[in-house]
Design a protein around this ligand. Structure first.
Ligand code: DSN
Length: 446
């Protein structure tokens, strides 16, 4: 980055500091990963200079002969990897991809169903503050902690029969178990709804056969490309054979919704980097990687349980773990865990748990996962160490309790932050974690 260093030392220094943070910590946010050097080279290439509104061979601007081929290669690789009929590789990320599905399948005001955000779903599956729920009628289904795979299919069917949604979403961002797409398909087919699988979190696992595939059961699949798929930030929308059978114009409707419906020119550097990631995801080494993500998550979950933590679903079947901290830290205790773990160089995110006793901003759980640390080469034995560090960190804050009253809470949290940065035990753990992390390489960071 010699040019950046010379011309913009301020941004250069900030990139260097972030590099250091990424290398000296244990990254457990389950939606993050480390991309490969070829992906970064494509992402940082001169392709960012080009405008190419439209689709291959149907562009509004000239000079797109190479861009066309890049986009076609990306589409073909996605089709082959996932076994779908068509792939739109232009969504800027997951949220615009999902909104395009609404545009393609619903009119404003139409009814749809999705998994509630507080029950592990995504904002764009109909959370009240999301445009998806502002412009359409959102019906939300939840999960039940007492059920073996968390979903109450009878209740979801009852809601579908009552509200007759035109679109149903399956997929989440904080769901630790595998999705049984065939069960959702039965319900969607019964009410004649489109079924869309949002596989953003598990796309890499699906590509590698480490999670069931939705392809035979759903009409539409959306994904981001930067989570378990380990590509650049970006999104894709795919249409399955079942989707084309239901609606022969579905691909055209999706394409039209992305452009000109929602977006302008595609990010061609991003498209090229997605193509590179899709090639990587079709390799045997990626298959091994994806299965190791799950093996590591299972080991981390078991180790956390042994350390006394309560897990939603009591296990994981994918790459992520949702911990209910309320038995240790009380309602809203996620903030204490996230802050203390951050200081110990262990990064994860506070997260709501099903039947959240506090609030989305002060939730009672944490969400963690293994895609990024598996990229660095960590294995099962390392998961035991990580669980032990997490336990030691949480022990340091276990006497904290979040006040329910707003002003009292603000004062309490200020005091907590002042206390916690001086905690000598946390500083000691941070040193251990840093030394451990430095033994695992990060692509692109010397
Ligand atoms: N931010 C993504 C995640 O962390 O799961 C969802 O948008």
């Amino acid at each position: 980055m010699k040019h950046l260093r010379q011309d913009d030392p301020q941004i250069y220094q900030l990139v260097k500091r972030e590099e250091k943070r990424q290398k000296t910590g244990i990254e457990l946010i389950p939606s993050e990963n480390y991309t490969s050097l070829p992906v970064m080279e494509a992402m940082g290439s001169i392709l960012t200079n080009k405008y190419s509104e439209g689709y291959p061979k149907k562009r509004y601007y000239g000079g797109n002969e190479f861009i066309d081929t890049i986009e076609i290669v990306a589409q073909e690789r996605a089709k082959k990897l996932f076994g779908v009929v068509s792939a739109n590789v232009q969504p800027y990320s997951g949220s615009p991809a999902n909104f395009a599905v609404y545009m393609a399948t619903l009119k404003p005001g139409d009814t749809f169903m999705g998994q509630a955000l507080t029950a592990g779903g995504h904002l764009t599956h109909g959370a009240a503050v999301s445009a998806t729920a502002i412009y359409h009628r959102s019906v939300q289904y939840g999960v039940k902690r007492s059920l073996p795979d968390l979903f109450d299919y009878d209740e979801i069917r009852r809601l579908a029969m009552e509200y007759k949604p035109k679109l149903i979403w399956v997929g989440g961002t904080a769901h630790p178990l595998a999705f049984h797409y065939e069960k959702f398909a039965k319900i969607a087919d019964e009410v004649g709804a489109y079924l869309a699988a949002d596989i953003a979190h598990v796309a890499g696992l699906i590509a590698a056969g480490a999670h069931p595939s939705p392809v035979a059961h759903v009409h539409i699949i959306t994904t981001t490309t930067h989570k378990t798929l380990r590509g650049p930030r970006g999104g894709m929308i795919m249409v399955t054979e079942k989707g084309v059978k239901k609606d022969k114009d579905l691909t055209a409707k999706i394409d039209k919704a992305i452009f000109p419906g929602l977006q302008g020119g595609p990010h061609d550097h991003q498209t090229a980097a997605i193509a590179v990631a899709l090639l990587e995801a079709s390799s045997n080494s990626f298959k091994k990687y994806a299965h190791q993500i799950v093996a590591n998550a299972v080991e981390l979950a078991e180790s956390l349980k042994k350390e006394g933590f309560t897990l939603i679903g009591n296990r994981t079947e994918n790459h992520l773990i949702l911990v209910d901290l309320s038995p240790i830290l009380g309602p809203g205790g996620g903030i204490f865990a996230q802050t203390a773990l951050d200081l110990a160089h262990i990064t994860l995110n506070k997260n709501t748990i099903p039947d959240e006793p506090a609030s989305p901003f002060y939730p009672s759980g944490v969400r963690l996962g293994t895609p990024a640390i598996t990229t660095r080469g960590m294995k099962e034995k390392d998961m035991k160490r990580i669980a032990a560090w997490i336990k030691r960190v949480i022990d340091e804050v276990k006497n904290e309790k979040l006040p329910t009253e707003k002003e009292e809470r603000t004062t309490y949290l200020r005091g907590f932050r002042e206390r916690v940065v001086k905690n000598k035990n946390l500083l000691k753990i941070a040193k251990e974690v840093k030394n451990f992390s430095l033994t695992f390489p990060v692509p692109g960071i010397a």
